[in-house]
Ligand binder design. Structure first.
Ligand code: DHB
Length: 305
């Protein structure tokens, strides 16, 4: 029987679609509604040590081919977030706690608190493209990525996923460093650093000037990154960037992703996107004789040298 179930580092997902960090994931209630809509797992909003109001408006630019956002990592702080994890857990799907911090010690401490709050895995946001002192500023060199993963691995027992930046000339090296540091999986890709300018105002649209581009425009970049990472590491890859159909997910899976995340697709298509992607995946698998998602992972590499 054809089935959509996947196992990622011991987490059992009923299907390979995961809510990406940043959309409808700041409260337990909204995370539960995403699970009820069919997501196989949920990644929380990126949480830091202290409450943060985020950037002043405007924080989002909507384009025909994607979004640029610079929310500024708004979050209630780890202490206040624990109860939201507990509420989200009632959904019955694995909850992956996303954390960001300014040093390896801070990230390790937050990861431990996430684990204590009940998260089934921790995703390290090493890749926000525009936050001063966080994200890609500390996730762009293999040495730091390795160090952070090693510290987090030592501090926690749940699987750790390193979310990598595409704003680099060599994402495969970052993935290798994460693997060496003990990461259980890598997530690729976070947003591409971008900006939009309003000609009438002669100024950038975003108050923060720079933001992260997501949505359909970044999918070919994400697929290429997953393809390169698949050839460099043995740990599972979770693909993300511009997925809103079964075909989009298949590109990532055949490039080497064992599961996929959907973020901007929820923003543009609503919660129905999870059921839609899953139905389209199943239809493709039945038509093409694949019994499981695992049978399709990385098949685009066959016969290439
Ligand atoms: C923000 C964080 C991200 O990780 C990202 O890719 C884009 C924006 C933010 O909160 O500003």
């Amino acid at each position: 029987m054809t089935h959509l179930g996947v196992d990622i580092c011991g987490l059992r997902l009923k299907n390979p679609t995961i809510l990406a960090s940043g959309v409808l994931d700041e409260t337990g209630r909204t995370m539960r509604s995403v699970a009820e809509a069919g997501a196989g797992a949920i990644v929380t909003k990126s949480i830091g040590s202290a409450p943060c109001p985020g950037n002043p408006n405007p924080t989002v630019v909507e384009l025909s081919f994607g979004l640029i956002n610079a929310m500024g990592l708004p979050n209630p702080g780890m202490e206040h977030f624990s109860s939201e994890i507990k509420e989200a857990q009632k959904s019955g799907v694995p909850i992956i706690g996303s954390v960001f911090g300014g040093s390896e010690d801070e990230i390790a401490e937050l990861s431990l608190l996430m684990e204590r709050a009940g998260a089934n895995a921790v995703e390290l946001n090493l890749s926000c493209p525009h936050a001063k002192g966080f994200g890609a500023e500390i996730g762009s060199t293999p040495e730091l990525v390795e160090l952070i993963c090693r510290k987090v691995k030592k501090a926690t027992r749940v699987p750790i996923f390193a979310k990598l930046t595409p704003n680099t000339s060599d994402i495969a090296s970052l993935a290798k460093a994460a693997e060496k540091g003990g990461a259980d999986a890598v997530v690729a890709i976070n947003t591409l650093k971008a900006m939009a300018i309003a000609p009438e105002a002669k100024m950038p649209v975003l108050a923060n000037r720079y933001g992260g581009l997501s949505g359909p425009a970044v999918r070919p970049v994400g697929v290429r990154c997953v393809y390169e990472i698949f050839e460099a590491v043995k740990i599972p890859i979770i693909g993300v960037g511009g997925i809103s159909s079964g075909r989009d997910a298949l590109e990532y899976i055949m490039a080497g992703a064992s599961a996929v995340q959907i973020g901007t697709g929820v923003w543009t298509e609503g919660l129905g996107v999870f059921a839609k992607v899953n139905e389209e995946l199943l239809e493709f698998m039945e038509k093409n004789g694949y019994g499981s998602v695992g049978d399709m992972v990385g098949v685009a590499h066959a016969g290439r040298s």
